[in-house]
Each structure stands twice: as C-alpha cells, then as structure tokens.
Write a protein that binds this ligand. Structure first.
Ligand code: ADP
Ligand code: MG
Length: 370
C-alpha cells in the first residue's frame, strides 16, 4: 500500500465516523458510544503506519473534528461532555504511545536488516577469500612440485646426459664399420636415434624445471602453425586422421619465442592426433578477438576427456597413455603463460576436445602490444 492510499484510507475513516457522530440524533447515545470508540481504528492504524508523528497527527485531527460535536451538540449534558473531553485526551495518549512503540519497532527492524545485510556481505567476503586461499594453495602445491622436480631434473639430466654422450659416440664409431644396407648398420642407426630421443626427454625435463631465457621476437602465428602441420603431417597420415589448418582471416603477429611456441603447439597437436581414432579429424583455426588477442583452437573428434581427468591433465606426470610422460600439457601451459597467454581445454564426452590458446597480438605497425 502506498503512503497516499494509506492517508486516503485514514481520512475516509475519520470523515465517515465524524459524519456518523454529527448526523445521529443525541438520544441514541449508545450509538454515539460505539462511534466514539471507532476513532481508535484510524488512530492506531496511523501510529502503526507512520510512527509517533503519524499517531499524534491523526489523534489531533480526530480531536479537532470531534470537539465541535461535543461543544455544540453535547453542550447541555455536563457529565457527558466531560466524559467525551476525557476521551479526546485518551485518543492523543493512545496515538502518541502506539506511535512511539511502533516507531521503535520499525527502527529496530531496520537496524536488524542492516546487520543482516552486513553479515551477508562479510560472509560473501569470507567465502571469496577462502576460495582464493584454495586456489593459491593449489598453485603453491604445483610450484612446490615443480621446484622439487627442478632439483631432481638437474641432477638426473647430468647423470643421464654424460653416459648418453658416450653411448652415442661409441655407436657412431661402430657405425663406420658397417655399410648402409647392412642390418647392423640399421640397428646402430636406431640406437643413435633413440639416444637422441632420450636426450630430448631429458632436455624437456630441464625446460620444464629451469626455463631458459626466452628470445622474444615478432612471430606470424599462421607461419608457426604451417610449420607444425608440416611437421606432423606424416604422423597424421599414418594414423589416417584428417589434419586441417583453416586459413586465417587476418594475419596475426605475436611477440614470442618461436621455438618454445612451436613446442607448445606440437604437444597440443600430437595429443589431439593421439586422441583421434582412424577417420577422425583435427582442425586448427585462428580468430582474432576485439581486445587484441589471437585465439588458436585445436579441435579433435576423439573420445573427449571426462571431468575427473580434466582436473588433472595439467599436473606434471599425469598421463593416461601407456607410453606417455605426462609432461606435454604442463610444459605447454607454462610456455603459453610465459607469453602472457592462457591455455584452456574444454571437452564434451564423445564430442572430442578443444584446446584454446589465447595470446596477445602485436600491433604490426608499431610493434606494440595491441
Ligand atoms: N586432445 C585430447 N583428447 C583427450 N585427452 C587428452 C587430449 N589432450 C590431452 N589429453 C589427456 O591429458 C593427458 C596429459 O597429456 P600430456 O600432458 O600431453 O601428457 P601425455 O601426452 O604424455 O600423456 C593425456 O594422457 C590425456 O589423457
Ligand atoms: Mg602429450
């Protein structure tokens, strides 16, 4: 109910009761007694609705309207007149006291509401902070894992690389004793290739643990992606997976360490190829968003990733593959983040997975970040 309707209702009430007083003949005094009590209705309502001022205002109006009736119509009956003046006094007392009480009640409820709102805000703040703590703890755990990994990797790398060097060296010497085409020559070739692969794995560990200084320079995204597609096209053919690089609408240049970026893209594309069954496809597409970012998405038609796995795929050493190292995504994420970008994986069950890499683009004219 609005204030105006309330005032109108109160006025209507007072006018109606007063008319009843003024128009009822005096010999029906029992009716006058009833009408007299009816005035409490608007007074108490006004007190409830408008507090002390409303209650008093209403009782005063009632007094003013009622007084002439007492003075001029009941003037002859002295006891009756006195009684009715007393009633006026009680009207005002009731208006004042009820108004005061209801006003206090209203003030208290407003206060309570304020406290409740304050509490709710504090609770939300607390919740937000605890969420942040959880995220930070998670990051800390990961950093801890990585730093232990770093120390281990440095020692391991040293211990492994030296004997690897000797193995490779001796294999090269042995190779000279055989002619190409000889099966032993092929075996030794395999030995050398595998030693190289091992060396790369060790290097990966080191990359992950002790990132080297990045050599940043303007890199055209499409050119890097072209290189990746060329590199893995044979692998895609072997797996009978259709690898598609969609043409880019606008050339995007980013400030990056090309080698690292290729390493990240390669990890992502190889994961996609490994996840896609025969006859499936892996599509790479690039879009440029308005806020100066380039979004490269790698979509595959593999089995997708369930929610449980999705929560762990960035953890170093997490793998679901018998021959996986579980380092690919951890390294890729680190590389993309060191380029001020983000790497996100989304997946719907049975609809494949989409890896989206977002990187800030360079303004090609000024060489500034867009
Ligand atoms: N495109 C993808 N589709 C399905 N699963 C994926 C995809 N990419 C990554 N994964 C999951 O993430 C895990 C971790 O990937 P990664 O860090 O590259 O290590 P690895 O490839 O050695 O297993 C994979 O073992 C696989 O379960
Ligand atoms: Mg991988």
């Amino acid at each position: 109910m609005t204030t105006i309707t309330r005032i109108l209702a109160l006025s209507g009430c007072i006018i109606g009761i007063s008319l009843l007083h003024y128009l009822t003949p005096l010999h029906l005094h029992y009716l006058h007694d009833i009408f007299q009590r009816l005035y409490y209705l608007p007074i108490i309502l006004a007190a409830f609705w408008f507090g002390l001022r409303g209650g008093l205002c209403c009782s005063l109006i009632v007094s003013i309207v009622y007084a002439p009736h007492i003075l001029f119509q009941w003037g002859g009956h002295l006891t009756m007149e006195m009684e009715k003046y007393m009633e006026i006094l009680i009207y005002n007392t009731v208006g004042g006291v009820t108004g005061l009480l209801s006003q206090r009640e209203q003030e208290r409820s407003v206060q309570l509401q304020k406290t409740a709102t304050g509490l709710k805000e504090s609770y939300q703040k607390l919740q937000h902070q605890s969420e942040q703590i959880i995220v930070i703890e998670e990051q800390l755990r990961r950093t801890e894992k990585l730093s232990t990994l770093g120390e281990m990797a440095a020692v391991l790398a040293h211990e492994i690389r030296n004997p690897l060097g000797s193995i490779r060296g001796t294999a090269e010497i042995l190779k000279d004793d055989y002619q190409p085409g000889d099966p032993k020559y092929e075996f030794i070739e395999i030995q050398i290739k595998e030693t190289e692969r091992l060396n790369r794995v060790v290097q990966d560990f080191l990359h992950m643990a002790r990132p080297q200084q990045a050599e940043m320079q303007p890199c055209p995204v499409q050119k890097e992606l072209d290189t990746i597609v060329t590199l893995v096209s044979n692998e895609a053919k072997d797996r009978q997976v259709n690898l598609v690089l969609q043409p880019q609408p606008l050339p995007a240049i980013i400030n990056a360490d090309g080698e690292k970026l290729r390493q990240a893209f390669l990890n992502i594309v190889i994961n996609a190829l490994q996840a896609t069954p025969k006859g499936g496809s892996v599509t790479i597409s690039t879009t440029i968003s308005e806020n100066g970012f380039c979004e490269i998405s790698f979509h595959d038609t593999g089995a997708g990733i369930d929610a449980d796995t999705l929560g762990k795929i960035f953890e170093p050493f997490f793998t679901t593959k018998p021959e996986g190292t579980g380092l690919g995504l951890a390294i890729s994420k680190k590389i993309i983040e060191s380029h001020n970008g983000t790497l996100v994986i989304e997946s719907e069950h049975a609809c494949g997975a989409t890896v989206t890499v977002r990187l800030p683009i360079l303004d090609p004219i000024n060489g500034e970040k867009g």
